[in-house]
Design a protein around this ligand. Structure first.
Ligand SMILES: [Zn+2]
Length: 104
């Protein structure tokens, strides 16, 4: 059996952590990390990331879908309002500069 490159294993590890890798891939990874500390560390790091992502996901799921929609619509409204405010500000600035130029 040829030695698999760490690059290949690390590509597979991302799938492995997400439980998307095939049994064969899982075996390759598990056999590889026994002898490769680099990939083992890589896996540990990914696992830690995965835990953090899961916590965030759980928090998001705790928010009711109706609440989510509300939050999204409020955000959209706020963005629109901010854009309008910015537009008005630009118009005021342009007008005041024009008026200043006229008075001179
Ligand atoms: Zn390796």
């Amino acid at each position: 059996m040829s030695k698999i490159k760490c690059e290949v294993v690390q590509d597979l590890i991302t799938l492995y952590v997400d439980n998307l890798a095939s049994k064969e891939s899982n075996n390759i990874i598990e056999n590889h990390i026994v002898n490769c500390s680099d990939c083992k560390i890589f896996l540990e790091m990914l696992k830690r990331d995965e835990i953090i992502t899961n916590v965030v996901d759980k928090n998001n799921k705790a928010v009711d879908s109706v609440e989510k929609k509300l939050i999204i619509s409020i955000r959209r409204r706020t963005i629109k309002r901010n854009l309008l405010a910015l537009l008005v500000l630009i118009i005021i600035v342009v007008l005041s500069t024009l008026l200043d130029n006229c008075s001179f």
